[in-house]
Design a protein around this ligand. Sequence first.
Ligand code: HEM
Length: 136
Amino acid sequence: MLVPHAANQQCQVNGYDIPSGTVTFVNVWAIGRDASVWEMPLKFYPERFLDSKIDLRGQHFELLPFGSGRRICPGLSLGIDSVHLLLANLLHVFDWSAIGEIDMTEKYGMMCSLAKPLVAAVEMRIPRQLLETMTC
Ligand code: HEM
């Protein structure tokens, strides 16, 4: 779920009347698993985005990691850049392999996380001396 919002005026969503003041939740968890929107929605298949035009900046409602509209996350650009930088560094410096089966079963809580933590083995893929000369 995204953070709760309240309707500041009476409106209709999908034919449902929403009275003013109603607290509403956008269930991005369910949207992300909707088979009418996503092919093989439960499969870990990041390649689905390779030729996709779906953008995550709040205009395409099938993917709303930062919310949308007036209260969209103001840290969106910093968030995206930080994730790119972190991932790029982890992939540049290490070779990764999963130990055992990857189990995508989720556990419920404030944040959606894996019921069984992912265990991975890493191996340096660049010479250590090179790493010591890197400044960022
Ligand atoms: C990958 C990183 C991040 C994700 C996935 C994320 C996601 C979100 C989401 C889903 C919301 C709620 C949007 C809504 O109400 O519909 C939100 C709100 C917010 N985020 Fe982020 N965020 C990220 C990084 C950041 C960063 C780096 C900052 C600040 C430096 C930030 C500051 C905020 C603030 C202040 C709000 C409240 C905005 C408001 O209610 O008007 N976020 N974020």
